[in-house]
Design a protein around this ligand. Structure first.
Ligand code: DX5
Ligand code: ZN
Length: 224
């Protein structure tokens, strides 16, 4: 399948968020990644429902909403409603949700892809029982909470193991990576088996978004 490049707007200039999203769209981004943090699950607070709602008026790329919040099941519907019809994926953190099966099923029932994210310390064996209910597995390649952290190298063998497991399974969720992804290391993540690449500072802190995204595409083409 086509590999997707997904800029995280957490690294955008919020005083010009509309322009930033337009320019990322013109630069050929596949989706945009929206990082939602609650100050409980992670020690940071970022953006939420009103921002998702205002992005909608821009006719934006499809949104990949990453909920780094406790008990996401209580509020998922509000994000989906706010971003309709531009919400492609809603991803919850496996560590933050005690009702995984019903929450993932609820996300799908809204016609949205259901994602589950694993922190660096969470083993992939934890997703075994929910594979039939997920469309995307997000391997966090940094500890969640902040942009501009360093990619954790030991996540490469983890991605490889997950790719192997999916290849041997009847279920074929996408593998997304998020955290510290840049032009210099995107190829290693692709070779390990990821097919959706989130990048915040790796795109927004460069001069020319379009050039960066094109260069990233060249790096990941012809990988598995
Ligand atoms: C981290 C977020 C990431 C982050 C990525 O908690 O989930 O999406 O914004 O930013 P970079 O690419 O700068 O690590
Ligand atoms: Zn994220």
């Amino acid at each position: 399948m086509r590999k997707l490049i997904v800029p995280s707007i957490l690294s955008a200039d919020f005083t010009r968020l509309g322009e930033e999203v337009r320019s990322i769209q013109q630069s050929g981004a596949d989706w945009i990644h929206v990082d939602v943090m609650d100050g409980h699950f992670v020690p940071n607070i970022s953006i939420g429902i009103p921002v998702v709602k205002s992005l909608k008026s821009l006719n934006p790329p499809m949104m990949d909403i990453h909920l780094m919040i406790d008990n996401p099941e209580k509020i998922i519907w509000a994000f989906i409603e706010a971003g309709k019809p531009f919400v492609k994926v809603v991803t919850i953190q496996i560590e933050a949700c005690r009702l995984l099966h019903s929450t993932l099923t609820a996300i799908r029932s809204y016609g949205v892809m259901a994602g589950v994210a694993l922190n660096p310390g969470t083993p992939i064996v934890n997703i075994e029982e929910i594979l039939p209910y997920v469309d995307l597995i997000l391997i966090m390649t940094v500890e969640p909470g902040f942009a501009e952290q360093k990619f954790i190298e030991t996540m490469i063998p983890k991605i490889k193991r997950l790719r192997q497991e999916i290849n041997n399974s009847d279920y074929k969720p996408l593998i997304e990576v998020d955290g510290g992804i840049k032009l210099e290391n995107i190829r290693a993540a692709a070779e390990a088996g990821a097919n959706v690449f989130v990048s915040g500072s790796g795109i927004f802190k460069t001069e020319d978004y379009s050039k960066t995204i094109q260069a990233m595409r060249r790096e990941i083409e012809n990988t598995r």
